[in-house]
Design a protein around this ligand. Sequence first.
Ligand code: TGC
Ligand code: FAD
Length: 389
Amino acid sequence: MERKFTGVDYYEIDELLTEEEKLIRDTVRQFVGDQVIPIIATCFEEEQFPSHLISELAQLGLLGAWMQGYGCAGLGPVAYGLVLQELERGDSGLRSFVSVQSSLAMYAIWAFGAEEQRDRWLPAMAKGEKLGCFGLTEPDFGSNPGGLATRAQKKPDHYLLNGNKMWITSGSIADVAVVWAKEEGKIAGFLVEKGDPGFSTTLQKAKWSLRASITSELHFADCRIPLDRRLPKANGLMAALACLDQARYGIAWGALGAAMACYEEALNYSKTRIQFDKPIAAFQLTQEKLADMLTEITKGQLLAYRLGRIKEKREPRPQQISLAKRNNVAMALEVARAAREILGASGITHEYCAGRHMANLESVKTYEGTHEIHTLILGEDITGLAAFK
Ligand code: TGC
Ligand code: FAD
């Protein structure tokens, strides 16, 4: 039975939040405590995404939550970040689902779509009646999406798509896939719908990370789509990267939730686990781990908070987002590993969350730009010298 989670707030960051932000955070916190924590270990074990939660996520206004209009809740960036923090306290897979639906699929349509495309998809996606995915990565192009091999050939009355996408979150359940393909050598965005001729998906199973999330391959074999499925403003890799900026921002917050869950679990366990006639919390080596965990979480909270307040005024520079994604995910993974150590053998079981978060965070460290790619983005920004190639 989970103790009621009250958050980790060593630096009184709550004082910096508005009443509305705290209310939203607390609502999602309760939802996660009531509906996610009790089932998530089983979902993870059985490799099942908890799709029955989608309608509840929608009812809470959490899909496309930061967008204005089209039935979206219009939350500010900090409130949206706190939503993702709480969801990822439950599981990175749940936060992934919301990130992909909101920051990748809905955002691509919102920012780069025609008004008819927005009207068709966004209200239904906000209600959770239609689901989206975002297909950028390919078997041979991960960190280097600029090279992608999927092609879109323009014919007089349709496009023909050929190629494959891999590692696509929600791919097999999506009603609409935002697909990045080259048209006459230039990257462009297209909307491919479930059931389009020549479009199929394959579920990627046997993962040891993000097991409660759906990951799929997308296949396009002479896939025929009408001409009006092109996203008119999605021209060039820059458009795809602009979507990633939104999702990376959310991940910087989400990772905090996973870290908080692990810290809290390790702290509670260490106070009750007796070895050498003392709770292990009384040993200096355990206290050092806890002090490091709390310090790093606090630093990560301040980063995310400041980034959110910048985002209220203007879009942060992509490099500022990279810094927060890179730091907070790596931090959360280290916190999860330390928690697992404090839990001893218990830490490898599904009864405790540390091992599950640790495994999930390995994916989070890789997707949305690997830790190394964000290092190089920062390296280029600092020195003016690109070291990618
Ligand atoms: P490069 O020449 O640097 O850039 C091409 C154009 O894009 C501009 N740009 C950006 N624009 C907006 N936001 C950004 N973050 C941008 N970064 C670059 C750039 O100014 C340029 O514009 P222009 O006008 O000069 O054409 O491109 P490159 O080919 O050298 O690659 C750069 C690199 C390596 C940083 C980039 O490709 C990259 O970020 N790679 C990582 C790939 C990645 O993150 N993939 C994520 C796939 S989606 C996913 O993982 C979802 S997981 C979701 C979940 O489950 O939560
Ligand atoms: P690679 O690019 O092959 O990299 C392998 C290693 O080489 C990494 O350590 C990397 O950092 C390193 N490396 C690469 N280039 C350099 C360099 N220039 N310098 C130094 N080191 C380098 N993609 C989508 O499009 N949509 C999704 O919804 C999606 N969901 C995902 C869900 C999961 C669970 C996972 C695991 C991935 C998902 N991805 C998705 C894909 C993800 O974005 C890619 O895995 C990621 O971009 C890295 O690509 P890669 O796995 O091909 O690794």
